[in-house]
Design a binder for this molecule. Structure first.
Ligand SMILES: [Zn+2]
Length: 393
């Protein structure tokens, strides 16, 4: 409704909001949806009852690129709770520590925010069948939203994807294709099939970013527009971190907040291409080895939004860091003791926040929100291995 155009995140080329365009035809970089922000700012008045509405993805419809709100594909995604962890904040020396627990989404992961917007757009573009490459969570999520929309879904996943996620996708009626050893190989296959076999390609593209930025909207809404000092996010493809930074900047631009938080991104050991590029100032290079990991959901060799993650972190004065399997497992168990069960990759954000605090990057008394992206039941076998003292296969 208020969306304007697509702009390349690297070269700045502009395109209309059309179907069949997934990345910049000129330079291959991800695209970004822009809006008429003045119109959005004019729409929201100071004493608007809108402020009192409970947070959920479509509360922020004016920041979402859809034509007809009566035709959205929704399973009531978002509205996940923000828990304050008082015991942990005291133990680790934070001013305030919160976890945004995305495991409370309909399919158990943050991906549902993006899938709701993406599948709504697929219907607008008259898509008949969807395809997605995934490490598992996005596959399950697109399968659910495709089912809700009455569309056929094919998912392409690498070997080693947790069975729980594949079973979930099959129950939603998706066709599962296991392809390649890594997410990057599965992605190349899904993109090939989309072109050659007329699928609508879903995944880490611009419409998903729009849904994912509502994580940031909700955090700020739930904190009553008091901006935290830090938001710490796991980095797989990097799209969620990029989206969260976009979300806070949009709230800032329309005058809903006056300051901006610093953004930090956590990668898992062995899959640290973005951290390396950030530290050396060099381009994001593919990590060459496949390393045993407990964080399969973020085991990405060359994140599609790597450049955008670095841009967001630098713009915000933030930080990027790598955490080990052991540090991640320990952080996951700490969350467990607070009553929050996350899949191992989701614990990388707390693991990094803890490290940043120890290193003095996060100062004493600063407020921190860690984003936990998926439910622990998504990857039970890995937790069984961790509990038996055998971290990785
Ligand atoms: Zn470009």
């Amino acid at each position: 409704m208020f969306e304007k155009k697509l702009v390349c995140t690297r070269c700045g080329a502009e395109y209309p909001l059309a179907s069949g365009i997934y990345k910049c035809p000129k330079c291959g970089a991800p695209l970004d949806v822009t809006y008429h922000y003045e119109d959005i700012a004019n729409l929201i008045e100071d004493d608007d009852p809108w402020f009192r509405e409970s947070p959920h993805v479509w509360k922020y419809w004016m920041f979402l690129p859809v034509k007809n709100l009566k035709r959205i594909v929704t399973l009531n995604e978002g509205g996940t709770r923000l828990y304050r962890l008082k015991r942990l904040e005291e133990k680790l020396g934070f001013g305030r520590l919160y976890v945004k627990y995305e495991g409370e989404n309909p399919t158990g992961a943050f991906k549902d925010r993006g899938s709701s917007v993406e599948v709504t757009k697929a219907l607008e573009f008259h898509a008949k069948r969807l395809i997605v490459a995934s490490t598992g969570n996005m596959a399950a999520s697109i399968s659910a939203y495709g089912a809700k929309a009455g569309l056929e879904v094919t998912i392409v996943v690498p070997e080693g994807t947790p069975e729980e996620k594949l079973t979930q996708a099959r129950v939603y009626g998706a066709k599962v294709e296991v392809y390649g050893k890594t997410y990057d190989e599965a992605l190349a296959e899904a993109e090939r099939k989309a072109v050659e076999e007329d699928y609508y390609l879903t995944g880490n593209y611009h419409y998903r970013v729009e849904g994912q930025k509502t994580t940031a909207f909700e955090i700020l809404d739930q904190l009553r527009y008091n901006v935290p000092d830090w938001i710490v996010v796991p980095v797989g493809a990097g799209t969620h971190l990029r989206a969260i930074w976009k979300g806070v900047k949009e709230f800032h631009r329309v005058g809903l907040i006056e300051e901006l938080p610093k953004i930090a991104g956590a990668q898992i050991e062995g899959y640290d291409s973005v951290v390396r590029a950030w530290k050396t100032g060099k381009p994001v290079e593919k990590v060459e080895k496949k390393v045993p990991t407990i964080a399969s959901a973020i085991a990405v060799k060359k994140p599609v939004d790597g450049e955008n993650v670095i841009k967001a972190v630098n713009e915000s004065g933030g930080h990027l860091g790598t955490v080990t399997n052991a540090e991640t497992a320990e952080a996951g168990l700490m969350l467990g003791r607070e009553g929050i069960f996350v899949e191992p990759s989701s614990a990388t954000s707390l693991a990094l926040a803890r490290k940043m605090r120890e290193e003095g990057v996060i100062e004493k008394d600063e407020s921190v929100v860690v984003v936990a992206t998926g439910h622990g039941l998504k990857d039970v076998k890995t937790w069984e291995r961790i509990l038996s003292g055998n971290f990785v296969v």
